[in-house]
Design a protein around this ligand. Sequence first.
Ligand code: HEC
Ligand code: HEC
Length: 473
Amino acid sequence: MKIFTHSKISIFSFFICGIILFNISCRKDKVIPVEPIPAGAITIPAYDQRSGDAVAGYDYLVAGDYIKSGIPRDIFTTFFGSDSNNELGRTGDNANINYQYTATNASNGVRIVAPNCLQCHAQKINNELVVGLGNSMYDFTVNQGSGIQLVGAAINQFYGNGSPEQEASEDFIKVTSVIGEHLITEVIGVNPADKLAAVLAAHRNPTDLVWTDVPLLPIPEAVVPTDVPAFWLLKKKNAMFYNGVGRQDFARFMMASNLLTVVDSTEAREVDNNFNDVLAYIMSIEAPEYPENIDMNLADEGAAIFERKCQNCHGQYGANESYPNLLIPTNAVGTDPLVAQTYQDGYTDFVDWYNMSWFSTNPFPAIIQPEDGYIAQPLDGIWATAPYLHNGSVPTLEDLLNSSQRPTYWERTFDDSDLDYQKIGWNYTVRDAGGSNTIYDTTLPGYSNQGHTYGDSLEDSERTALIEYLKIL
Ligand code: HEC
Ligand code: HEC
């Protein structure tokens, strides 16, 4: 083997290499040092979760009535058109609606259409819909509320004020037009869901969840931009969300989408009773397999590097799978601190609201527990989840593992087939400046691509091997 003929190899390193069998780490007498778990890292404890029926959970996720107010079926088709692709295999009138929306009955029986979870939690890759892949394409740079007022006016005109159709859409139109202005992001692809939760909470009584037009809490400034984590990672995690704030009952957190139009906590309880099934479905999702060839010898070399440089934080894959559930302090990982910080200062009214609200009550309470750090995510299916880091600021794995190569301003086509199978991630063009919603501008607050420099000390060949290994996770 090549390394054993290296002229400078000493008896000592020969011995070490023989023992630990990491050929790659012994090249040029180099043993890749083990990356330690930083001081201050927190091991997140496990909490009991409700069990449920995954098949029923899928049905409820894609066709359930967790949002009970929306746009009357016919008006929806007039404005948004129909879609016969039926990627979700739905039946009835849902078979002709885009997968991001669901037709259900409003409380008064009128057939309405409302957005579902897959607006943010599904995306196409190579024109194939992957349910559970975070949507990194959605455009939140425009006020979603302004168009909806037009739809409201059309409903009034068509069915008349006070008609059952108008009543069935009233809450949806009212809420979406109030919240839209608070949810505007700087670039396409990042998601304002954290702010969405804070805005909805500000307008609702914590105990009975009833809406008030004038917010009861100050609405925080920051629209913290995040990526959307893939559903298939949740089964390994002890806490939800990038900063690990989601503790205790996961299903209770997930049903918070119902806050969009919920009438009161009686409705919330009824919806909550289905989310144990949704959780069971989410826990059943597996990461999609890498679609191209993998060089298994190179991947083996990469596995040895991973074991030394990455495994302490991200866990072990394959036969001896394990996952340490670590929250790494922001100053140790060094990535953009805004999301973690915001939960400790800017969003405190929201955090307090949540922890004394219906959401934190028995049975199955959930609480938000802000701590200063980010979860070192499981890396299953990582090839499919570009862009990387909690704010989606890094377009490819190669850039993530070599911080000096990360582009300050980068633009992608938002074509779901425009993948880079060398660097693993999105093809992109480097730009000289930001200022357009299609150019990711890492100089904006919350959008920085700094930190996570654990790959920097690797040589290019080692990085290539490591990336080959990451493809098989
Ligand atoms: C407007 C977009 C949006 C919608 C709609 C939405 N989510 Fe999310 N979801 C997000 C974002 C963004 C995050 C990550 C937020 C963070 O970590 O700060 C998230 C996080 C999650 C997580 C945690 C994943 C993890 O590994 O930490 C789960 C589970 C989840 N959502 C389920 C759902 C379900 C179920 C629905 C529908 C009932 C839903 N979401 C609706 C945007 C959305
Ligand atoms: C000290 C702990 C630690 C080490 C060591 C470490 N990471 Fe990470 N990694 C993290 C944390 C924390 C995050 C989340 C940071 C964020 O999103 O701001 C992360 C994020 C990532 C992501 C982005 C995940 C996503 O969904 O966007 C990838 C990919 C990744 N790490 C790969 C690696 C590889 C490969 C190595 C080894 C070279 C490595 N990491 C070493 C802690 C670590």
